[in-house]
Design a protein around this ligand. Structure first.
Ligand code: NAD
Ligand code: ZN
Ligand code: ZN
Length: 385
């Protein structure tokens, strides 16, 4: 089959690889009909998450069930499914607590106190480095899906791929950022980052009762997309002091909720110049620091942007002095996905309006470059294997 294979930073290639095979009895093989490139893929592409061997990337995908093992009871050949990005067994201590990204069984080598350097890395993801389980991803014609009774959801009749594809990751991720903030209604929510994840958080904030939603970015075309697709007010953080701007928009108090949907991305240029610890120590917390600054006393900061370094300048003073409630991590896709599919079916949310590029899998390397450089007004790329 054809697949998008990571070789080295900035070197991804579409090439012919072996077809995936069933390994466990509850595996399924999916023929991928649509798959997206994610901001998270850029962390691997840019070498921020090291990946020592070649690997098929891609954790946002959907398609048709091609084959199932004898232990698969919930799917059959021909079913059309959308697949959550975390790989979760469904029955371990953490899966039982509806914390699928911490599954103890999907990433056994790297889980737990005996895991050495990589200890505590948690559960596995599709196509997301050996640290996260080493599973091949879905930017390919076919993909093996472990624990097929747990993750994949059948797609309701009458929906296109584009309408439902973002259930794999970015809509549940944006939703997590807002759900963690436990809105009561009427709050001012500021979302840093108007990339795909940020815009999904903005859409979620309205649905969950925010009174005012403000998007922050440094790319004018991303701000324009946020205004169009999520109907938010925007601040260009490269033109004004964003914390001052938020304070003046909130009577000097700060926002009730700040969401960091940027993560490592803000520091890419610094990291690219020198992958050394001192630089990372200075740089990695910038957007999170701004969130902590711009939130009101007693407010909430949620972090869905990915941070990957162990060297953090966490703003402890702000955290304690302002009494901030803080929550972050990978999205609890399995917990939210059924409810979120219903929102699409009922017409309460539209997700495909952020897609700017829909191309064949063979164009994936070029699209990685364009998406990475934020060229061609690129917001979200969907690949058609
Ligand atoms: P993206 O790269 O398309 O978007 C990031 C946005 O941040 C861009 O629009 C960029 O212009 C903006 N940005 C950069 N520096 C900024 C700054 N200083 N201030 C304001 N905005 C700035 O990526 P995406 O797909 O939207 O993903 C966003 C983040 O969410 C990434 O870190 C990604 O890894 C992460 N993510 C997390 C989860 C999860 O489960 N927690 C899931 C998916 C993605
Ligand atoms: Zn993703
Ligand atoms: Zn589990």
């Amino acid at each position: 089959m054809k697949a998008l294979v990571f070789h080295n930073p900035k070197d991804v290639r579409v090439e012919t690889v072996e077809d995936p095979k069933l390994k466990a009895s509850d595996d399924a093989i999916i023929r991928v009909t649509s798959t997206a490139i994610c901001g998270s893929d850029l962390h691997i592409y840019n070498g921020m998450f090291p990946q020592p061997r070649n690997m098929i990337l891609g954790h946002e995908f959907m398609g048709i069930v091609e084959d199932v093992g004898p232990g698969v009871s919930k799917l059959k050949k021909g079913d059309r499914v959308v697949v959550p990005f975390p790989i979760a067994c469904g029955h371990c201590k953490f899966c039982s607590m509806e914390l699928p990204t911490h599954c103890e069984n999907s990433n056994p080598e790297h889980y737990g106190p005996e895991g050495g350097l990589l200890k505590g890395k948690g559960g596995a993801l599709f196509g997301y480095t050996d640290l996260y389980g080493g599973y091949d991803g879905g930017q390919a014609e076919y993909v093996r899906v472990p624990y097929a009774n747990v993750g994949p959801r059948k797609v309701p009749e009458g929906l296109t791929d584009e309408q439902i594809l973002f259930m794999t990751d970015i809509f549940p991720t944006g939703w997590s950022a807002i759900d963690w903030a436990e809105l009561k209604g009427g709050e001012t929510v500021v979302v840093f980052g108007c990339g795909p994840v940020g815009i999904m958080a903005q859409k979620s904030a309205w649905i969950k009762g925010a009174g005012r939603v403000i998007g922050v970015d440094i790319q004018p075309y991303r701000l324009e997309m946020a205004r169009k697709a999520a109907k938010v007010e925007t601040i260009n953080a490269s033109e004004v002091d964003v914390v001052d701007a938020i304070r003046s928009m909130t009577g000097g108090y700060g926002a009730d909720v700040c969401v960091d949907a940027v993560g490592l991305e803000a520091e890419r240029s610094i990291l690219e110049k020198a992958m050394n610890v001192i630089q990372m120590e200075k740089g990695t917390m910038k957007v999170l620091e701004k969130c902590m600054d711009a939130v009101r006393r007693g407010g909430v900061v949620t972090v869905v942007g990915v941070y990957g370094t162990t060297f953090d300048n966490f703003p402890l003073h702000q955290f304690f002095d302002k009494g901030i409630k803080l929550m972050g991590g990978q999205a609890w896709v399995h917990r939210y996905i059924d409810q979120l599919i219903s929102l699409v079916v009922e017409g309460k949310v539209v997700l495909d309006d952020i897609i700017t590029h829909k191309v064949s899998l063979s164009e994936a390397p070029k699209m990685y470059d364009i998406f990475n450089k934020k060229q061609d007004n690129c917001v979200k790329v969907v690949l058609k294997p």
